[in-house]
Design a protein around this ligand. Structure first.
Ligand code: DQA
Length: 140
């Protein structure tokens, strides 16, 4: 099994960015944690992070035929991007939506997710562990 972990804008700023909301660990530590977990579970994993919506659409399109699942934190594009939702629909790769913070308890504009309906599950508010839970969901 091979999965792609896609992270959207500002996820590369973890550790610096609003630590009270996102914690003090870095993006590098997140990648390491997911990599170790996937190794344990015999899952091949690749990572993609971008601040650019179109680049994320490209990554989803390029995943077609190469990946069995996607773990995706579209970050702010969650709440705005029809293009990312359409790309996920187009490739039909089972995708789990992940948010580090509990978006349901935050601002009104974060209550909308354009990707939720095209994902097999949504995990929010579990910190970095949410990504590992997403891997487990894809394995099952
Ligand atoms: C986020 C939540 C989004 O609302 C926000 O724009 C992010 C991160 C999260 O992981 O909690 O950048 O997706």
């Amino acid at each position: 099994m091979k999965i792609l972990v896609i992270n959207g804008p500002n996820i590369n700023m973890l550790g610096i960015r609003e630590p009270a909301i996102y914690g003090k660990s870095t993006y590098g530590e997140l990648v390491e944690m997911i990599s170790d977990y996937c190794k344990e579970k015999n899952v091949q994993v690749d990572f993609f992070q971008s601040n650019h919506e179109g680049a994320m659409v490209d990554a989803i399109q390029q995943a077609y035929g190469s990946y069995d699942g996607i773990v995706m934190n579209p970050a702010a594009y969650t709440h705005t991007s029809v293009a990312i939702a359409d790309a996920l629909k187009a490739v039909g790769i089972p995708t789990v939506e992940v948010h580090i913070s509990d978006v349901s308890k935050r601002e009104a504009f974060r209550q909308i997710s354009y990707v939720r309906d095209v994902c097999v599950a949504t995990i929010a508010g579990k910190g970095f562990d949410g990504y590992l839970e997403a891997v487990d969901i894809l394995i099952k």
